[in-house]
Write a protein that binds this ligand. Structure first.
Ligand code: ZN
Ligand code: ZN
Length: 806
């Protein structure tokens, strides 16, 4: 990598020069597997393939950092947009590093090069008169002194019959209709909650209709030359059918490339205009001679990878911008588009946090080559595909382990066996009495491999990556069949010469597989090379001029006789049903849910710790403990309301039904009436302490405003209060008097106030208060010295005095 930095690759005349980009991921989120397969991973496979073929290829990507979403996120997190970008750029980079993505440059759009290139392009387009001016009406917040981005406005949905009161400026989440923020009834600024007013604002527009002829000509030619996929052509045509419209290229924002135009100097470029220019500016960060890549259409082929939602930006908008300059740009030749990868039951969603995210993959301990393999076999090339854990398990266990891993391991471990049983780790010499050309099974096998090899190259040239992978795997399948057919273990005793031919041929195929699979699973290839005791740079070149492709026709000659191999080891590990179950549960619900769950667990640990340290019930100590546990959050939460017991919504509930959790031995699942229209589902870890029949049809104290948390797949919507003794060997439910009303709130005389709608888990309200909940000697449940009180009297426990409550 550092080597490359010193000498960036430049196009070489007479060579095939390939410039590869993947859609720039938007910076303010952690990428999920759908994003990874849709863009960066697919482009990486192609880039690696190009290098294998000896093409002069570079792969350029980076984070797209400007725009409303970053500004909004910065407002939310109370920091600068730059800080948001720094933070998330690093996260993206780490995820892609883990996935072995071989960028030649992974940059960012918030760079000086971006400003320079973007402004230069704008000036040319402006000079050439492809721009126009128009006035838009936008919401302006007088308090915040800014025009409000669509997502910074909330109001009542204007759609008759919907009238949802927190519709977003760009879309109503309730009815799904796309909206214009000025259409909202009673709009509100999301930052200050004041009502914005409609205000005129002038903007610059790119006149796409005037550029239509040039654009149509480019598309007609290039879609054939670059064999654009059907989904790319269809999406593009639908834009033309609807008629091209002028497009606004400026925005009333601060976080972006400033518009170099006197009248618009307080505005920035709209992201769709500046983001694709990022490909160019990031290349400019890679080499000062970037124009040799980008203004060299005769010698450079541009391949761009993206998800289907990005197509019009790359087939219509970006080419229009470049055509508008009148300069000789390298325009996209081939576009590779993916549909969506869905997750288990639904869509991967960044905003909802559904699915497996780049940083989660690492935590599963499933090796990266397995992730890459699974995502690539499932690449949504022509239609949406589905990610499921059981499918991942099936592909790993049958294809990687039983087919590929088994083949490689069988061959290498047999060669590694000591003389008398194997070849003492030495690639055997093929004696003169046998040859691959005259041994029928070997000859047939070699022919098949050569045919697959041709198909592999053909598919990969057309960016049919999934097919390329499948063909490479077929070679491994043929390898296994060859071993079975020749019965090498029998030959070893009966015809050693022939056995040597078979093993030398099979070892050659192991080497070939390590090369062909390198674009898909570089870490796998590395390991096979290690086991073969070969340096990676001795890999087979698939370039046409080296003759290696011809060598494949004689696989028995691929490795030299006498070469000593390394130590064979199993390459893949089986994924067990139990593990799959654990992952499915672990990644259930949204990422936000998971954070809450993790926090709840952490809080439990803290409570556990506190219990251990305060065996005596001295209230002084408890207070200290309470302070200690909340002091960490106190400063930050200065503006937060004080943490008092009234913020808890504890009610008298009636357990209507209780049963054991289907997936967890220690948990009960109860349906509890807390005075609402419907019962709430509550998960409690009480199995060890309270028999199931004692859980039925009884009144309990229920904490109703905890943030729901999913426990082993079931969402718990409240918590039943229980007391436990000092060493936690005994647990009892806190009981309201039998005549207490179901649904009535439990009060603490002397404390008045309404409960929070929902306790913010980050503020640790419950955890702080919990420390002072206990039972006294009289078996009364108390907060400090105040009993939990209902209209029918106070709440008690049967036998645990001086216990803790939680
Ligand atoms: Zn405001
Ligand atoms: Zn609506």
């Amino acid at each position: 990598m550092t080597e490359d930095r010193k000498a960036p690759k430049l196009p070489v005349e007479g060579k095939r020069n390939v410039l590869i980009t993947s859609a720039l991921p938007y910076v303010n989120n952690v990428p999920h597997l759908g994003n990874i397969i849709g863009c960066v991973l697919s482009a990486d496979v192609f880039a690696r393939y190009c290098r294998l073929r000896g093409y002069n290829a570079i792969y350029i990507c980076g984070t797209d950092e400007y725009g409303t979403a970053t500004e909004t996120k910065a407002l939310e997190e109370n920091c600068s947009p730059k800080e948001i970008c720094d933070k998330y750029h690093a996260i993206h980079k780490e995820v892609y590093d883990w996935f072995n993505i071989s960028f030649d440059e992974f940059g960012r759009t918030s760079s000086p090069e971006q400003t320079e290139v973007c402004q230069a392009i704008f000036k040319k387009v402006h000079e050439n008169n492809w721009l126009s001016e128009d006035t838009l009406q936008q919401l302006y917040c007088d308090t915040c002194k800014r025009f409000l981005a669509d997502r910074l406005v909330e109001g009542t949905c204007p759609i008759p019959g919907c009238e949802y009161d927190s519709a977003r400026g760009d879309q109503c989440e309730n009815c799904g209709n796309l909206l214009n923020p000025t259409e909202l009834k009673i709009p509100k600024c999301k930052v200050c909650r004041n009502s914005p007013r409609i205000c005129d604002t002038d903007h610059l527009f790119l006149e796409l209709p005037l550029l239509e002829d040039k654009l149509q000509k480019y598309i007609n030619e290039m879609s054939v030359v670059g064999s654009w996929s059907q989904n790319a052509i269809q999406t593009t045509n639908s834009w033309f059918k609807m008629g091209l419209k002028k497009r606004c290229i400026t925005r009333d924002l601060k976080w972006g490339v400033p518009v170099p135009h006197e009248k618009y100097s307080d505005k920035v470029f709209y992201v769709w205009f500046d983001a694709p220019i990022g490909y160019i500016s990031i290349t400019a960060g890679y080499t000062r001679d970037w124009e040799k890549w980008w203004k060299n259409p005769e010698n450079v082929e541009l391949f761009q990878f993206m998800g289907k939602d990005n197509v019009p930006f790359h087939t219509v908008m970006f080419p229009s911008t470049l055509l508008g300059t009148g300069q000789n740009w390298t325009l996209m030749k081939t576009i590779s588009v993916t549909e969506y990868l869905n997750y288990e039951a639904g869509k991967f969603s960044k905003s909802k946090g559904i699915g497996v995210f780049g940083n989660d993959a690492k935590d599963t301990n499933i090796p990266v080559e397995v992730w890459r393999y699974y995502l690539l076999t499932n690449r949504p090339e022509v239609s949406d595909t589905l990610f499921t854990w059981s499918d991942l398990q099936a592909k790993l266990n049958t294809e990687l382990l039983n087919n590929l891993g088994n083949f490689v391991n069988r061959v290498l471990s047999f060669i590694a066996k000591p003389a008398g049983q194997g070849y003492d780790s030495i690639i055997p010499t093929v004696p003169d009495d046998v040859s691959g050309d005259s041994h029928d099974p070997t000859k047939k096998f070699a022919n098949k491999v050569a045919a697959y090899m041709e198909q592999y190259i053909e598919s990969m040239e057309k960016v049919k990556l999934k097919q390329g992978l499948k063909i490479a795997m077929s070679i491994s399948g043929e390898g296994n069949a060859y071993l079975q057919e020749t019965e090498f273990w029998r030959l070893y005793k009966q015809n050693l010469s022939l056995c040597s031919l078979v093993m030398k041929t099979a070892a050659g195929i192991v080497y070939l597989l390590a090369c062909l699979l390198e674009p898909f699973m570089p870490s796998f290839s590395l390991e096979v090379f290690k086991q073969l005791n070969l340096s990676v740079d001795t890999h087979l070149s698939l370039s046409d001029d080296k003759g290696d492709v011809d060598r494949v026709k004689r696989p028995w000659d691929l490795l030299s006789a006498g070469h000593k191999i390394g130590t064979p080891k199993p390459l893949f590990r089986e994924l067990k049903d139990e593990e799959v179950e654990i992952f499915r549960k672990k990644f259930e619900g949204s990422q936000a849910d998971r954070v809450v769950r993790a926090e709840a667990e952490a809080a439990e640990n803290v409570a556990e710790q506190l219990k251990k340290t305060k065996v005596s019930d001295g209230t002084e100590k408890k207070k200290t403990a309470a302070k200690a546990s909340s002091s960490g959050t106190k400063n930050k939460a200065a503006a937060e309301p004080e943490i008092t017991i009234t913020r808890l919504d504890i009610r008298v509930g009636l357990i209507k039904k209780a049963e054991k959790h289907p997936d967890a031995d220690s948990l009960y699942v109860e349906e509890i009436d807390v005075g609402e229209e419907q019962t709430r589902t509550v998960v409690s870890g009480l199995v060890k302490y309270i028999p199931l029949d004692e859980m039925q049809n009884r009144k309990v104290c229920v904490l109703c405003n905890l943030k729901p948390a999913t426990m082993r797949g079931i969402k718990s919507q409240a918590m039943v209060l229980a007391a436990s003794n000092a060493d936690h060997t005994k647990v009892e439910l806190v009981e309201p008097p039998s005549s207490a009303l179901v649904g009535e709130r439990i009060t603490f005389p002397g404390y008045e106030g309404n409960p929070d709608e929902l306790l913010n888990p980050k503020k640790k309200v419950w955890e702080t208060l919990q420390v002072d909940l206990h039972t006294n000697e009289k078996l009364e449940a108390c907060y400090k010295d105040i009993p939990l009180t209902t209209s029918a009297g106070i709440c008690t426990v049967p036998s645990i005095g001086n216990g803790t409550i939680r």
